[in-house]
Design a protein around this ligand. Sequence first.
Ligand code: UD2
Ligand code: MN
Length: 365
Amino acid sequence: MADRVPLPGSILKKTCCIVVFVCALHLSVTLVYYLSGQDQERIIHFFFQSHTTSPTTTSETPELRTPTGSNFVMVAPQANPVKNELGTKANNLPPCPETPPRLVGPLKIEFNQPVTLEEVKDQNPNVNFGGRFTPNDCIALQKVAVIIPFRNRDEHLKYYLYYMHPIFQRQQLDYGIYVINQDGEGTFNRAKLLNVGYMEALKEYDYNCFVFSDVDLIPLDDRNLYRCFNQPRHLTVAMDKFGFRLPYTQFFGGAASFSKEQYDKINGFPNQYWGWGGEDDDIYNRVTIRGMEISRPDGLLGRCRMIRHDRDDKNADNPERFNRLAHTRQTIDSDGLNTLTYTVIRTEKFDLYTKITVDVGSPPR
Ligand code: UD2
Ligand code: MN
């Protein structure tokens, strides 16, 4: 077959097509760059505006106004796929409102119907593996690690997850639930487990707020926000077991929240309270010694229920507690986060929580 010489007309046509294609490509690349530049500008402008207009914090206002406060982190350094996904989504989202819009107020809390983890999972489809959640329509104001001291309380944990996952989601928290399980049969050490939870949660994500809660305590009102305030916050101020009032003014037991700065300021919690009692009062002392005050919701919002239970084995009254409590000022710097030692035995990720089993050692003889 003989080669055909292309006609000058068709060469012109082809050249035109190529030129048009190159122009279109150039135009669309420029457009993409332009739009992403606009976005960045809009975000910068938005943050600048919110920063300058954010109200002064009071004891009743959350301290960590992520991302509208001065100590916000725009998007955390992303380390795993879940966070990556959230990170890219976050660029186009507004910050969550100060008052979460889907709160319902007073809650009916009962512990007579057994619950299963399957039903809790089904009812909370937006909770991610490991018990992590981030609002999908706004950027959460705070990144909250919920730390639970634990051993042999699986029935209580089911109720906790059943009631608390929906509450935390309605409160629009970027949160994760960490169950810190004391390994072995030694004397229980609640405060040390809480220190471990703080350290381990921070290895996973840049949490800036820590809620430390007993496994058996559920708030009776979701307007009691489980996040951080400009002072350490006592969250469970009116328990059913104390006739819905504070048993004494300095009482700090149950559930409390600390920003990272507040927690670091008190050198964390004491590691040397073995057995039941005293560690909560020591934490209260630490807060006041470091010049902070306790923030609390009012007695109505702060109502909560505790699942009735007997005292566990290996958690008898700590006879040393009164003596220790008289010396918080001497021990605050020599017993706490800076002297914490422990061994993680295993970390297990479940659908609704992360369980960290830890050897916390035993009381000195
Ligand atoms: C009170 C305080 C609690 C703490 C404690 C003294 C209330 C509601 N709470 O709790 O914050 O100050 O006194 O230490 O007043 N746990 C286990 N397994 C065990 C033992 C304890 O998981 O074998 C965990 C669990 O999360 C429990 C928490 O430790 O909720 C506190 O222990 P508790 O419930 O036996 O003590 P309680 O109710 O007197
Ligand atoms: Mn209890």
